[in-house]
Design a protein around this ligand. Structure first.
Ligand SMILES: Cc1cc2nc3c(=O)[nH]c(=O)nc-3n(C[C@H](O)[C@H](O)[C@H](O)COP(=O)(O)OP(=O)(O)OC[C@H]3O[C@@H](n4cnc5c(N)ncnc54)[C@H](O)[C@@H]3O)c2cc1C
Length: 406
């Protein structure tokens, strides 16, 4: 029997594909599931247990054609837009949150280089990225914490370049990326906005890396970095000397927030999938019933799935909205409120859903394994900047028509 294109088999209601995937992106999603199942999942728990950077997984992602997904096809990118990027992030995250977050940061770094960089810089870096080179974003500093757009470090002019001194508190792929876009201040800039982006190679002199010992995302190598008297030639300045706040609002924030929102949604779905599997398989010998046969458990699964789909719906609606803004030639930075909502909601529900998944899985859910790993990984969402407190404040201020950026 078919109802509204939904095939009903023996009374089982199928989940329609249009509900879980934006129209036109089905093939991309299927390809991402294959990469996730075959390449990311088998390495995920090793990466977690040994705090091992997911280099091989990232290489496989690039080999599958996802090294530069937001870069236009004219420069050999996938030109998948915000929607394609979100579909990939959500799907990869159902298998491995660590490699997904490294890839999200890499994609945001690559797009920043592409959007703010000049043609020579694009020619120099994009081919490497397509082959699997990894980029990182070094923004947050201990001095200003969550306010990662207000850095205190600086890089004065020095010969034909800049002398960078900066202390960064968290850098995903620290010590592992091939290059970093470092956000700093230019004391020599004539502009009011002193923000400047410098590209630093991983093997340059003066870089120090520190370990990342964390609750989750243990493969990410998101530790602190120090840049001590690092010389950066002018041709590695990405964009202008100062004035780079524009790229924070129009490139980095939208991509990073959407990508992480998609990632936390995928983590929640991955945890719930594992919990459903466990609830169906575990049968009590005394009652002869599976855990899934208890109605209270089924209600918990249903509540969790509705939360995930609420987040997924927001993520894809925002992604499609952003793609439309680009088509219309509008400034994304004037439309950030929906992106803030997407990230806040996803980072909230992943905490709730992974807790539900653990509860449904019982004591086995508490043991080292898929569900507890997703719970630990997903907890990062709310504390990653802009944190949920800051985003809620910006949303609330916007609602009462008070400037959000004060
Ligand atoms: C796993 C992981 C990976 C990361 N990767 C990167 C990366 O690749 N690049 C990068 O640049 N950064 C990265 N970060 C840093 C991240 O973006 C945040 O800057 C960082 O998590 C904030 O932590 P903090 O200890 O500095 O917070 P603090 O600023 O000390 O905040 C502490 C608390 O105060 C709240 N708070 C702070 N300011 C306000 C405010 N104005 N209003 C209301 N509440 C406020 C916060 O929400 C939080 O609850 C990463 C962080 C993590 C956890």
């Amino acid at each position: 029997m078919t109802v509204n294109n939904t095939v009903l088999e023996e009374g089982i209601m199928q989940i329609p594909q249009w509900w879980t995937c934006p129209s036109g992106y089905e093939e991309l999603q299927e390809k991402a599931h294959l990469v996730g199942k075959n390449e990311l999942l088998p390495r995920a728990s090793i990466s977690d247990q040994q705090s091992l950077y997911p280099r091989e997984s990232l290489r496989k992602i690039a080999e599958a054609g996802f090294g530069a997904v937001t870069v236009p096809a004219s420069d050999d990118g996938l030109e998948a837009g915000f929607t394609g990027f979100a579909v990939l992030a959500e799907t990869f995250a159902q298998y491995c949150a660590s490699s997904t977050m490294c890839w999200v940061m890499h994609t945001a770094a690559t797009q920043t280089l592409y959007a703010a960089g000049n043609p020579e810089q694009r020619r120099r870096f994009i081919p490497g990225v397509l082959k699997g080179e990894v980029g990182g974003l070094a923004f947050s500093e201990p001095a200003t914490g969550s306010h990662f757009w207000n850095v205190v470090s600086s890089a004065p002019r020095h010969g034909d370049g800049y002398l960078l001194n900066a202390h960064k508190s968290f850098v995903t792929s620290a010590g592992e990326a091939d290059w970093y876009i470092v956000c700093t201040n230019s004391p020599d800039s004539k502009l009011d906005d002193k923000l400047m982006f410098l590209l630093v190679h991983n093997d340059q002199e003066g870089l120090e890396f520190f370990p990342f010992n964390a609750m989750g995302l243990r493969g990410n190598s998101s530790g602190p970095m120090k840049f001590n008297d690092v010389f950066v030639p002018t041709n590695n300045r990405i964009g202008t000397e100062g004035g780079m706040n524009y790229f924070n609002d129009n490139v980095i924030d939208p991509l990073f927030l959407l990508g992480t929102a998609a990632c936390w949604t995928g983590v929640a779905q991955g945890a719930l999938n594992a919990a459903i599997d466990s609830a169906k398989k575990k049968v009590h010998a005394d009652t002869g019933k599976s855990v899934a046969s208890y109605q209270v458990i089924r209600h918990e699964l249903a509540k969790a799935q509705i939360l995930i789909d609420s987040s997924r719906s927001i993520v894809y609606r925002v992604a499609q909205g952003l793609d439309q803004l680009v088509k219309n030639g509008e400034k994304i930075g004037d439309h950030l409120l929906p992106v803030w909502q997407a990230k806040t909601h996803a980072a909230d529900i992943v905490i709730q859903v992974t807790n539900q998944a653990l509860q449904v899985s019982g004591g086995r859910g508490y043991l080292t394994g898929q569900v507890e790993k997703f719970l630990r990984d997903g907890r990062a969402g709310a504390v990653m900047g802009p944190t949920n407190e800051i985003l809620r404040e910006w949303i609330g201020r916007s609602l009462i028509e008070v400037p959000w950026f004060e």
